[in-house]
Design a binder for this molecule. Structure first.
Ligand SMILES: [Zn+2]
Length: 413
């Protein structure tokens, strides 16, 4: 089937990304725009103004998520949702999130300007609290849509100053109504920066994202014999720190025996009492393992635990392992992934498929509707930092591909 095509306005898109980046701008070129702060309110207000100028109707749901609707030829059909988030981490970058929201807005604006009204409505989404740094956990607004958290749970989350999510929604004037949530959704698409080095290394501007890795977090407690560092001959020790050090290296080596994007990381290691002249009595360490299949995730985490137990036995220390978080892998809708690849191919844009290694709202949306993501090459693979950067041409190419895919899905019966 030959559908109509629209060309997005790349200059306008990039100018808007830069204008949005002035809200919460940091001296080194990044942004600090934590969710539900005054900066977030200003970002929302600007987005709302742009949507209004584009002739879109904006709704706000009970989680504070904004939906800007471009009505379709048949308003009764479930809409195509496309978007991302406008909040950031502290000293974060200007593209993580806003690029997806503003590209979605550009797509809809371009369609409207060219007089293209697809069969289904298209809604541009700005999810509240994607990052989860002010109110943990992350991605709660999409999780509520997917029925994973209750609104009461989310509204009662507290930041470090003791203010709740609900109070802050009220304070910035963005508490909407439960009726404003989307009902049935035809598809959800999210364009996002890759946040890693894979596309740059491959010399490719974009990737069709097939899914998101599963993540398992464990806490490992090692108990040895606390002793004075001096009068304890090396052969007599039961040293929890040495066991921990061996586990850190063994986890790294284990993950290296798998292909990318399998990873294992010890990010936290707490010895107690933690003084210079004592062999610690106890060391607590975290272990984060990621794999793109459920079987693979179970296998690598079982192997990591087995290896940790073996090392503990060799070092004569006691070990206890607890799983503290277990997120299964996400497999996006094959048809939409293929559609992104086909749209790239049709434009002669070199691309690949890949698996995302960090969480996104798309993971929860995937539980309620066909979903996929489109990644844009990230300079140096740097993200969640002030020097996060992309090439403007990559963003424009990605926007054209997103536009093509959105239009096709919105024309579906
Ligand atoms: Zn993001």
């Amino acid at each position: 089937m030959q559908t109509q095509s629209a060309t997005i306005d790349g200059v306008r898109l990039l100018a808007r990304v830069e204008e949005m980046a002035r809200i919460g701008a940091t001296p080194a070129g990044g942004v600090t725009r934590l969710t539900l702060t005054d900066e977030d309110r200003r970002a929302r207000d600007l987005f709302d103004a742009w949507c209004g100028a584009a002739g879109l109707t904006v709704r706000i749901d009970d989680m504070g998520t904004q939906y800007a609707r471009y009505e379709g030829g048949d308003p009764a059909l479930p809409p195509v949702l496309v978007g991302s988030h406008l909040d950031s981490v502290p000293l974060g970058g200007r593209y993580d999130g806003p690029l997806g929201v503003l590209t979605a807005l550009e797509v809809v604006t371009a369609l409207r300007e060219r007089g293209i009204r697809p069969r289904r409505a298209i809604e541009v989404v700005n999810f509240t609290n994607e990052e989860g740094v002010r109110f943990e956990p992350a991605m709660v607004a999409s999780a509520v849509l997917a029925g994973k958290y209750t609104p009461a749970f989310v509204h009662s989350l507290r930041d470090r100053a003791g203010r709740t999510y609900g109070e802050e929604l009220d304070r910035i004037g963005y508490r909407g109504a439960v009726e404003n949530r989307p009902g049935a959704v035809h598809a959800y698409l999210e364009l996002h920066i890759e946040q890693g080095p894979v596309l740059e290394a491959a010399g490719l501007p974009i990737a069709a994202v097939e899914g998101i890795v599963g993540i398992r977090w464990c806490e490992i407690v090692l108990r040895g014999q606390p002793q004075h560092a001096g009068p304890s001959p090396m052969g007599t020790r039961r040293d929890a720190m040495v066991a921990a050090a061996r586990i850190v290296v063994a986890a790294r080596d284990l993950a290296r025996s798998y292909p990318d994007p399998v990873v294992a990381t010890v990010g936290r290691l707490t010895p107690s009492p933690g003084v210079i002249n004592q062999i610690p009595a106890e060391v607590v360490l975290s272990l984060d393992v990621r794999h793109w299949t459920a079987e693979g995730l179970a296998e690598i985490s079982d192997r990591a635990q087995e290896m940790a137990r073996k090392i503990a036995a060799e070092e004569g220390v006691e070990i206890a392992i607890a799983t503290v978080q277990d997120i299964p892998p996400t497999h996006f809708d094959r048809r939409i992934v293929d559609l992104f690849a086909a749209e790239a191919h049709a434009r002669g844009v070199p691309h690949r498929r890949m698996v995302a290694s960090a969480g996104h709202d798309a993971a929860y949306m995937n539980l309620i509707c066909p979903t996929a993501m489109l990644f844009v090459r990230t300079v140096g693979g740097r993200s969640h930092c002030e020097t996060e950067a992309i090439a403007g041409e990559d963003a424009i190419v990605a926007a054209e591909i997103l536009c093509g895919a959105v239009l096709r899905l919105a024309e579906e019966v």
